[in-house]
Design a protein around this ligand. Structure first.
Ligand SMILES: Nc1ncnc2c1ncn2[C@@H]1O[C@H](COP(=O)(O)OP(=O)(O)OP(=O)(O)O)[C@@H](O)[C@H]1O
Ligand SMILES: [Mg+2]
Length: 440
């Protein structure tokens, strides 16, 4: 049997089960042993005593041959000494009396114990009159009826004990529940802080709760500060380099315009444009698009403008299979850059065909971009997301590629709470799957 299916998934649920199971088991064992054993013992003794008293009354009646006078005397004695009220039904049989079924614990005890003391056919009724137990004994062609108060045969202390036990258990469990909830809160806060940090937001996390949880919060806060510091340093450095390079590039562009040789200046101009493109990439990476506001974007329109305006391609075919009314909440420029990077990869590394489509379910929108190129071998599908990583350096060294396209795309998608996965495409090349939460 798979116990995992029945075991709660959350930390809170599991802790609850860990507390609840021993408490319940303890209660069940206590109730079983005390209640069953106690009832058996006390109930049996009380029933035996009653049986003894009844057989004593019958014996004294037999000694006087059931004379009506003696019956009266004995019945009075039974009433005052044993608190048993009795009646005599001459010339009657047992068939008319007694209950048919044995149901309660009391019934069972009576059935077992009375037989040990009363040597005549008998039957009993615990249901006929409330809080009364009636015993019918068939003697001397008649039936003797004895009734006693139920409480003479029944100890109720055990019920009070069980009630007390139940109430204290419920009270203690509620207390435990409350304190456990308080313990889980800081853990939830840490999860929230980590989630927000992953999306590039800052969540004010205060170390709270148990020692280990406070320690975890502190370690997390320290780690977050270190990472933020690193990101800032990297950003500053990249922004500095890019900024410094832009000025000489602009100057070079001007100087090229003044050059005489048309062919040479065109080639030089192309090189400078490529360098400018690279630097724009660095700057985009450095600025991180943090300031942008989230808006509702129509993915179909976005892909359309990308294909029509932003991407330079000639002989290749792009099949835009995006459903027309797919909307998503995202940062427009960032999302455009991410899609642009992936689409331009698909175009430059494909042979002829690039396909883009969307699949939508309740919580996620999947954007799938496929091409018919060489694809990326399985063992490199993680590495291509690293900054400056490019497969087959020599082949592309002439181009303006920096190896940052996928790094930037992944950064943007993760900052929207999404995921990006690379796989082999049915078209023969690479399949890029972007999964974005719809309510980002
Ligand atoms: N659709 C694809 N098919 C085959 N290989 C790909 C594809 N997309 C990316 N790659 C490989 O992954 C590497 C990393 O891609 P990435 O976009 O990060 O950098 P890049 O395209 O080389 O440079 P740039 O920063 O200008 O985009 C590429 O160099 C390429 O080898
Ligand atoms: Mg690229």
């Amino acid at each position: 049997m798979n116990t995992r299916k029945f075991f709660p998934k959350t930390f809170f649920g599991r802790s609850l089960v860990i507390i609840l199971i021993p408490v319940l088991l303890l209660q069940l064992v206590l109730i079983y042993f005390f209640y069953e054993r106690h009832w058996d013992d006390v109930g049996r003794r009380l029933a035996l005593a009653l049986g003894g008293q009844i057989s004593y009354i019958i014996k004294t009646l037999e000694e006087k041959d059931f004379s009506p006078n003696d019956i009266k005397i004995q019945f009075k004695k039974a009433e005052s000494n044993f608190l048993i009220s009795s009646s005599w039904y001459p010339e009657e049989g047992l068939e008319r009396f007694g209950q048919k079924e044995v149901t309660s614990l009391l019934d069972k005890t009576l059935e077992k114990s009375l037989a040990e003391r009363i040597n005549y056919p008998y039957t009993f009724d615990t249901k006929l009159i409330k809080n009364q137990v009636i015993i019918y004994v068939s003697v001397n062609d008649g039936v003797l009826k004895f009734s006693v108060a139920r409480k003479n045969l029944y100890s109720s202390t055990i019920e009070v004990f069980i009630l007390w036990m139940l109430f204290t258990a419920i009270f203690l469990l509620t207390l435990a529940l409350y304190f456990m909830k308080q313990q889980i809160k800081p853990l939830r806060n840490i999860i929230l802080a980590a989630e927000e940090f992953g999306k590039g937001n800052n969540y004010d996390l205060k170390p709270r709760g148990a020692f280990e949880l406070r320690q975890l919060s502190r370690v997390f806060i320290k780690m977050r500060a270190r990472i933020n510091n690193q990101i800032n340093n990297r950003t500053l450095m990249l922004a500095g380099i890019s900024h410094d390079l832009r000025t000489p590039l602009t100057r070079m562009n001007l100087q090229i315009a003044l050059l005489g040789d048309k062919n040479a200046s065109k080639n030089l101009g192309d090189d400078v444009s490529e360098m400018k493109e690279m630097i724009d990439n660095y700057l985009a990476f450095a600025s991180g698009e943090k300031e942008e506001k989230i808006k509702n974007i129509n993915i179909y329109k976005l892909v359309k403008t990308l294909c029509e305006k932003d991407i330079i391609y000639d002989s290749k075919t792009i099949k835009n299979k995006v459903t027309k009314d797919v909307h998503i909440n995202a940062k427009p420029l960032a999302m455009k850059r991410a899609l642009l990077n992936i689409l331009s990869n698909a175009i430059s590394y494909s042979k002829n065909i690039v396909e883009i489509m969307t699949i939508k379910n309740d919580n996620f929108l999947n954007i799938v971009i496929e091409d018919d190129g060489k694809g990326i071998p399985k063992n490199k599908r993680e590495k291509v997301f690293k900054a400056f990583y490019r497969i087959d350096e020599s082949r592309q060294s002439a181009s303006a590629n920096t190896g940052l396209g996928l790094t930037i795309a992944k950064d943007i998608i993760q900052s929207h709470g999404g995921r990006i996965v690379l796989n082999a495409s049915n078209l023969g090349g690479l399949k890029v799957e972007i999964m974005l939460p719809i309510k980002a």
